[in-house]
Design a protein around this ligand. Structure first.
Ligand SMILES: *[C@@H]1O[C@H](CO)[C@@H](O)[C@H](O)[C@H]1NC(C)=O
Ligand SMILES: *[C@@H]1O[C@H](CO)[C@@H](O)[C@H](O)[C@H]1NC(C)=O
Length: 501
């Protein structure tokens, strides 16, 4: 027992010396960074942990919009991006952001710290215990990051909450995050508990009780530490109400038994570092900005009787439900057949499976006797999709519990009236009343979809124009850069790095 205590004390003493060592070195590093950028005066450094910053996806649009807006409104802040894209240079990344997102970044207040250990957070590195492996990997990566440069504020924009501990331990700095997706959700935990087979819970595991118990313990421990990590944050943002609800549930996740066990591990000392820290009670929703500039210029009048669906030919999009809804519509209201009504399905097909799915959908259309009114456009070029968005009346989406639905934002910005499944993001975030008036329709059964099609296609032209323009105004505004910037402002990030703080 005594030896153990001595060993622990020595370990902590060495760690403490190590930490003080990097913090001292860091002052010089910061000074040399400011010199390199030619910056003078009292500057603050905001670090963005985003190892895949050059990927060009939705998460990267969020990152660069945030940085561009910070550059514009906060001249005393330097943005530092921790990136594993070591094959690209700063200039190349700035150039790519410009061509990919049309976002202008200034090189004067932007700096990159290159991380060489990014392979540690890749799926391939952890064929088993992926969640745990990636989380530990992200901590090592954050260790590398803090050794290169400690910012004044650390913001994770990729969902690596376990890195918070490292930023706090080595940097002694406040942390925050923009969460796109919870690493583990309370649903996942519940599903393992109920031993239902689903994608990461393979059949072999769910049918064997011992393994299942083991897996449950693994998830339970993981959830416990994930919740603890999130609570270390000073502020949290979520990209949608779906994500916010999950993060909020995790923030109040309790596990009394693990609390007690945890007290007997050295990890409990990490809490001392957070003495007096107030955990966030909830995440703030900050919707990602969507680029709707082009669609928002389309004329709103003279739309054809086209019902448009823009969605990859993936199973969860439920294109079958679209065909059934359309069949119900033309059966109930056959007069629209003469008016030339059409269902147009535009979508990407990624592989042979998707292609086979499209074939089956064509078969179903034939079976339902609607093939003359249905058109499939597979892997359409972007301009062709825009063409359809500018001419269609209705935008259809049948996916159940979709987390968001950028295609629906695009329908609305284009003036296409959305008819979506009554669940998820389309119900809670996107197609919601604006100034007390509807911006579209929700349905569950084929009959309901059909009746909404009928409503839209029978509107008077004034009514129709008003609805189209309301949907557009709402979508363009709600998912704009300004709204996003306002959300960041309100998250309170700035008070953690205010000059003079
Ligand atoms: C939030 O992020 C997740 C994961 O990247 C994504 O699936 C979802 O569509 C995003 N939500 C919004 C509102 O962009
Ligand atoms: C966000 O805050 C900055 C000042 O900190 C201000 O200049 C900017 O206009 C704000 N943005 C919005 C959209 O409120």
């Amino acid at each position: 027992m005594f030896t153990l205590l001595v060993a622990l004390a020595t370990a902590f003493y060495l760690l403490r010396r190590y930490v003080l060592g990097i913090r001292t070195l860091n002052n010089a590093r910061k000074e040399s960074l400011l010199r390199e950028l030619g910056a003078s005066g009292d500057k603050r450094v905001v670090g963005f942990f985003h190892p895949y910053c050059n990927a060009g996806g939705g998460g990267e649009r969020v990152l660069w919009t945030a940085i561009a807006s910070m550059q514009r409104t906060e001249p005393n802040m330097i943005s530092v991006v921790y990136s594993g894209d070591i094959d690209a240079s700063k200039e190349e990344i700035i150039q790519k952001v410009k061509t990919r997102f049309d976002i202008e970044l200034s090189p004067n207040t932007l700096h990159f710290v290159w991380l060489r250990k990014r392979h540690l957070v890749e799926d391939a590195a952890w064929p088993r215990f992926t969640l745990l492996g990636q989380s530990l990997g992200s901590m090592v990566l954050a260790w590398e990051a803090m050794n290169a440069l400690i910012p004044d504020l650390f913001i994770d924009t990729m969902g690596y909450a376990f890195t918070f501990h490292i930023a706090i331990l080595l940097g002694g700095i406040p942390v925050g995050a923009y969460v796109h997706y919870p690493t583990i959700s309370t649903d996942m935990l519940a599903r393992v508990k109920s031993r239902k087979a689903w994608h990461t819970n393979s059949d072999a595991i769910s049918s064997s009780s011992v393994l299942s118990q083991g897996k449950l313990l693994y998830y339970r421990l993981f959830m416990y530490y994930y919740a603890q990590s999130l609570r270390c944050a000073s502020f949290l943002m979520a990209n949608s109400s779906w994500t916010k609800n999950h993060v909020d549930a995790i923030l109040c996740h309790e596990d009394k038994l693990l609390d007690v066990l945890h007290t007997f591990t050295p990890l409990v000392l990490l809490r001392l570092l957070q003495f007096g820290h107030v955990s966030p009670k909830e995440a703030k929703i900050v919707y990602p900005p969507c680029d709707t500039r082009e669609m928002a210029t389309f004329g709103l009048e003279k739309r054809g009787p086209i019902i448009l669906s823009v969605a990859q030919f993936r199973p969860e999009k439920d294109h079958k439900a679209q065909l059934r809804a359309f069949e119900t519509f033309v059966r109930k209201y056959p007069q629209f057949k003469e008016k030339g009504v059409k269902l147009v399905l535009i979508g990407g097909s990624r592989n042979a499976e998707d292609a086979a799915r499209v074939d089956r959908l064509r078969g179903l259309a034939k079976e339902l006797g609607i093939e003359a009114y249905v058109e499939f456009i597979v892997n359409a070029p972007y301009p062709e999709m825009l063409q359809y968005l500018s001419r269609s009346s209705i935008g259809l989406s049948t996916m159940v519990d979709e987390h968001f639905g950028i295609n629906i934002v695009e329908y609305m910005a284009a003036g296409v009236i959305p008819v979506t499944h009554a669940s998820g993001g389309p119900l809670n975030d996107i197609v919601v009343p604006f100034n007390g008036k509807p911006t579209g329709f929700h349905a569950i059964s084929a009959d309901e979809y059909a009746d909404h099609f009928h409503t839209v296609l029978s509107m008077s032209s004034e009514e129709e124009l008003e609805l189209r323009s309301r949907a557009r105004t709402w979508a363009v505004q709600r998912f704009s850069n300004e709204e996003f910037e306002k959300g960041w402002n309100e998250s309170g990030w700035k008070k953690w790095v205010a000059v003079g703080a």
